[in-house]
Design a protein around this ligand. Structure first.
Ligand SMILES: [Zn+2]
Length: 143
């Protein structure tokens, strides 16, 4: 954790983190037992939540972040200004590789990603810290 690339704890978004923690309880994770909740704050200040949804055909499961992004899109928003992810365990429940790219589609490199567990905030990152030198929509701007 470096001061230049990690958002300060004082900047944490308590309501967003709480939303992710609350969502975690609604996850559908009968196979792994690993429940995850995600909460996005959009450009209008609205919060959108998602949970992981597992499937008996394992690859068909989806992540909490994907659910929250879908909810944000459904609400007509297009910008992630902050995202919180909550999952239990000693290890930080950071977004998986695929979700880092999903977040990248709608977030700026400096967008904060707050990680929590069932007891509260654990650590903050920026998207650029978790997905450096990323490929995004700006690479595909039409001439
Ligand atoms: Zn994921």
């Amino acid at each position: 954790m470096t001061p230049s690339s990690s958002p300060s704890v004082k900047d944490t978004d308590a309501a967003l983190i709480q939303a992710a923690m609350t969502a975690m309880a609604s996850a559908y994770a009968p196979y792994s037992g690993f429940s995850v909740g995600a909460a996005i704050r959009d450009e209008k200040g609205q919060i959108h939540i998602g949970v992981n949804v597992e499937n008996a055909a394992y690859p068909q499961g989806s992540c909490a972040e994907a659910g929250a992004i879908a909810a944000m899109i459904m609400a007509g928003s297009r910008q992630i200004t902050a995202i919180a992810v909550a999952g239990k365990g000693d290890l930080l429940c950071t977004p998986c590789g695929g979700c880092r790219q999903r977040i990248r589609e709608f977030a700026k490199p400096e967008t904060p990603i707050w990680i929590a567990d069932e007891n509260g905030f654990r650590e903050g990152f920026t998207l650029d810290t978790l997905l450096p030198h990323s490929f995004g929509p700006d690479h595909l701007e039409t001439p």
